[in-house]
Design a binder for this molecule. Structure first.
Ligand code: NAP
Length: 280
């Protein structure tokens, strides 16, 4: 698709923002598709968030992504929030409509599910119980993605039990909250295991989890992507489980945003993945 009369614009609003890999992803796709455009890191203070969002139409932006600390607050400054984002309780993508209205969604759930499907095309959310460790922002997106894909039982276990209970009460079936102490036993008949805690991330201790009871057929995913192979994924791989690292979620959430803004659904190519891996 060509846009001869318009320079295409989008960006990511956050604070801090210079660590974000999103500009690399979108600017790669501009070049790959021969589109004249740019995607910028936008350092926006919380006090200026509403004004920044409302300026998007006048500046000719097609939309923007939102990251820490704006994903929840921005919901109050847009005109429309879709059902998926409402269930997650946060937005990560704003699309400027032709009339200037701001439509918001959250593609983290899509990104997570696509990252599993890329590695394991035969994976199904309803193949058996899913165990999700953690109940923070990342967990909510993962759980909504799994529920939308038809998971029949999602066990959520979190160090602070109140947060898991709130999440289960908020989202309802098929989500059940279990005590953190049951995390080893909860794996006994699991078909999918997902770590959404920050444990295993660079600078953090490893997740304390025995995989002894986990079926070898289970798919094991970690949404942490620094390092690419967390101690959990290394242990799972060593015993024969298929594993999915967190980089796919980051890349795949960006694809439908680019499509919504610029009309082309871009691909997560091996070249793009290697380019991002080189920055980790
Ligand atoms: N791949 C991607 O695209 C993607 C997207 C989002 C997030 N992430 C990654 O996911 C991780 C979590 O992000 P988030 O936004 O969900 O963070 P968050 O909202 O702050 O949640 C952090 C989670 O980690 C748990 N946790 C932290 N320290 C712990 C410990 N010592 N023992 C047990 N549990 C502990 C917290 O439990 P409590 O509730 O008890 O504190 C909570 O469940 C980060 O590494 C982030 O980079 C990746």
């Amino acid at each position: 698709m060509s846009h001869p009369h318009r320079f295409l614009l989008a960006g990511v609003m956050g604070m801090p923002i210079m660590h974000s890999r999103s500009p690399k992803l979108h600017n790669y796709w501009f070049a790959q598709h021969g589109l004249a455009g740019a995607y910028a890191p936008l350092a926006i203070h919380p006090d200026g968030l509403e004004a920044a969002l409302r300026a998007l139409p006048a500046l000719g932006f097609s939309g923007c992504n939102l990251t820490i600390p704006h994903k929840v607050a921005a919901m109050g400054f847009v005109d429309e929030v879709d059902e998926t984002a409402r269930r997650i309780g946060a937005i990560n993508c704003v699309v400027v409509r032709p009339d200037g209205a701001l439509h918001a969604t959250n593609y983290d759930a899509f990104g997570f599910v696509e990252s599993l499907r890329e590695v394991a095309p035969d994976w199904r959310a309803d193949a058996g119980p899913v165990v999700v460790l953690g109940a923070g922002g990342g967990a909510r997106a993962v759980i909504v993605g799994l529920a939308e894909r038809g998971a029949k039982e999602i066990r959520v276990l979190n160090r602070s039990p109140g947060r898991a209970a709130d999440l289960a009460a908020d989202l309802g079936p098929p989500i059940v909250a279990l005590p953190w102490e049951q995390r080893h036993a909860a794996l006994a008949d699991a078909a999918t295991l997902v770590n959404t805690t920050s444990l295993g991330m660079e600078g953090q201790p490893a997740l304390d989890l025995s995989l002894d009871l986990l079926p070898r057929s289970a798919l094991v995913s970690d949404i942490v992507y620094v390092p690419l192979e967390t101690p959990l994924l290394a242990a799972a791989r060593a015993r024969g489980n298929r594993t999915v690292n967190g980089l796919g979620m980051l890349i795949h959430q960006a694809r439908p945003a680019f499509r919504d803004w610029f009309g082309v659904m871009p691909e997560a190519t091996a070249e793009l993945r290697a380019m991002i891996e080189a920055t980790l």
